[in-house]
Write a protein that binds this ligand. Structure first.
Ligand code: MLC
Ligand code: AMP
Length: 505
């Protein structure tokens, strides 16, 4: 079944019910049907057929949500990109995904047209205010009421995740992957009629796009739709919401604000956190301030949501709860042998939520799976006797900053290419706002006149801002083990307090 048909089957009978409530007005469920049908007609007129990729790098807007739904309706493969990516980064995704249509912001149209003129694809635009050529054409189009029939394995989206090798991989997610995960979460988190979701996450990642929006769509719920996370606006709108989802940074930022209090949360029944570890201190401080125990869940792009603390049972700080219904997990040793309960090992997962592999990378797909079909997550975990899971570390060299993944290898490659740099190591260090902050430790070539400002300016055009190091340290050599491997744990220890707040702050 097409995922859109599943949503459609749950839309409220009253088409006037508001789906998105946003700064420029509202979008009703009736308008979702009508306008996504118009966008679908525009996409088809641009030559998009089932299976074609539509690559989208636009600011967050209600229209961008409808564009996603339009892609589902056509059976096209939605390829969302972080708005922070530079055009050099986008060029990689365009070459890899070979989209039939690219949708970008109006202000980026000229540079996209120049850069991608050799591609056989059409460029449409969609701006933050609902402007752009997509919208202009949609106004002239007749809404296409059809929904492409889909098989289980048909792709709904390709979501790029960076890799430990520094090259991004496109995770292929099927209609069945997304539908199964959405249905399970909707049930597990006990969505109720009348629930209102406060949405401040970006919509280019699984958290904001799939986890949050799919639950609301399945519930026929209204969504208070913010274009970004802004603490003051959240405090203003939270009293009208019953569910909020966020990365841990959302919760630490709210706690920084004295105006955020129990009264602000008077109508909320559920706060959910994920995408990065929620510190037990944040969990405790949030409960003390609001009376709410944040429900932490765990997932990854390749598998959607994997585990969650229970809605009614005990929510334990530092634990991500239990494998979701229909999802199997196990912890294994370095050889892949299953470890007993209570022991640390690599977490592996299987189930209908697990993706169909990496786009055009069969060897990377093979490396990601065990022969029996379990996906190797790269996360280290313990499963207790009762099945409760705690994520205790990462085997993959990855930094998660404010819920955004940064692969050190990609940043190191860029730094090492700068003249005057001998080598570098990029690490994540504890940060009070972002959880972890990207940090570079650089060995200059002998007497090379390089400094942090010069390195930052060289990285600016190449890497998205969130991947750029927040601090840079220079050393004469990197610590290595007997095998010659850089000991990042030694560096993490040495610079552990680099972002610590002064005690009297
Ligand atoms: C923005 N900046 C960041 C950053 N976000 N730097 C490091 N880490 C981040 N996450 C940059 C900005 O470009 C800006 O640069 C400067 O840092 C300060 O910006 P800010 O005002 O702090 O940024 P803000 O816009 O407030 O964004 C912070 C944030 C945002 C945490 C609200 O990054 C965010 O919404 N994160 C959520 C990411 C997410 O959805 N992850 C889910 C992935 S799915 P300048 O130019 O000002 O110097 C997944 C699976 C799962 O992981 O389990 O869910
Ligand atoms: P992504 O590749 O962006 O989907 O990020 C997935 C990764 O985020 C996982 O493999 C984990 O390392 C991390 N992650 C997500 N949720 C949690 C959580 N609740 N606790 C710890 N790590 C998490």
């Amino acid at each position: 079944m097409n995922l859109y048909s599943l949503f459609q089957s749950r839309f409220p009978a009253d088409g006037a019910k508001v789906f998105l409530q946003h700064a420029r007005g509202t979008t009703s469920f009736g308008e979702v049907e009508e306008i996504s049908g118009r966008y679908a007609a525009v996409l088809k007129a641009s030559g998009v057929a089932k299976g074609d990729r539509v690559l989208v790098q636009t600011p967050k807007s209600p229209e961008a949500v409808l564009l996603y739904l339009a892609c589902l309706r056509v059976g096209a493969v939605f390829v969302p990109l972080n708005t922070a990516y530079t055009i050099s980064e986008v060029a990689y995704f365009v070459a890899d995904a070979e989209p039939r249509v690219i949708v970008t912001a109006p202000e980026a149209e000229a540079s996209f047209a120049t850069r991608f003129k050799s591609q056989t694809c059409e460029i449409l635009t969609l701006g933050a205010r609902g402007d752009g050529s997509l919208i202009a054409r949609a106004k002239e189009a007749k809404s296409d009421a059809s929904v492409a029939p889909c098989e289980r394995d048909d792709l709904a989206a390709i979501v790029y995740t960076s890799g430990t090798t520094g090259r991004s991989k496109g995770a292929m997610l099927t209609h069945a992957n997304l539908a199964s995960n959405a249905l399970v979460l909707h049930e597990y988190w006990a969505w109720e009629p009348g629930d209102v979701l406060l949405h401040a996450l970006p919509i280019f990642h699984v958290h904001g796009l799939f986890v949050a929006l799919h639950c609301a769509l399945l519930n026929g719920s209204s969504v208070i739709f913010h274009d970004r996370f802004d603490t003051a606006q959240i405090i203003r709108d939270l009293p009208g919401a019953s569910v909020m989802m966020g990365v841990p940074t959302f919760y630490t930022r709210l706690l920084e604000e004295p105006r955020f209090e129990r009264r602000t949360c008077r109508n909320v029944r559920l706060f959910i956190s994920g995408s990065a570890p929620l510190l037990p201190e944040t969990f405790a401080a949030f409960e003390a301030r609001t009376g709410h125990r944040i429900l932490e869940r765990y997932g990854m792009t390749e598998a959607g949501m994997i585990a969650s603390n229970p809605y009614r049972g005990e929510r334990v700080a530092g634990s991500v709860g239990f494998a979701l219904p229909g999802v199997s997990v196990r912890v294994v040793d370095a050889q892949g042998a299953e470890r007993p309960r209570g022991e640390v090992g690599m977490l592996e997962v299987a189930g209908p939520n697990v993706f169909a592999g990496y786009w055009r990378m069969p060897e990377k797909t093979a490396e990601a799976f065990r022969p029996d079909g379990y996906l190797i997550t790269g996360d280290m975990a313990v499963i207790a006797e009762d099945g409760r899971i705690s994520i205790v570390g990462r085997a993959k060299d990855l930094v998660i900053s404010g819920g955004l993944n940064v692969y050190p290898k990609e940043v190191e490659d860029c730094i090492n290419a700068i003249p005057g740099v001998l080598e570098s190591a990029v690490i994540g260090l504890p940060h009070p706002d972002y959880g972890e902050a990207v940090t570079a430790v650089i060995v200059p070539q002998h007497d090379a006149p390089i400094d942090a400002t010069m390195i930052q300016s060289r990285l600016a055009g190449k890497l998205a801002k969130f991947k750029q190091p927040k601090k840079i340290f220079f050393v004469s050599e990197l610590p290595r083990n007997a095998m010659g491997k850089v000991q990042k744990n030694v560096l993490r220890k040495k610079y552990a307090d680099a972002y610590a707040r002064p005690h009297n702050a």
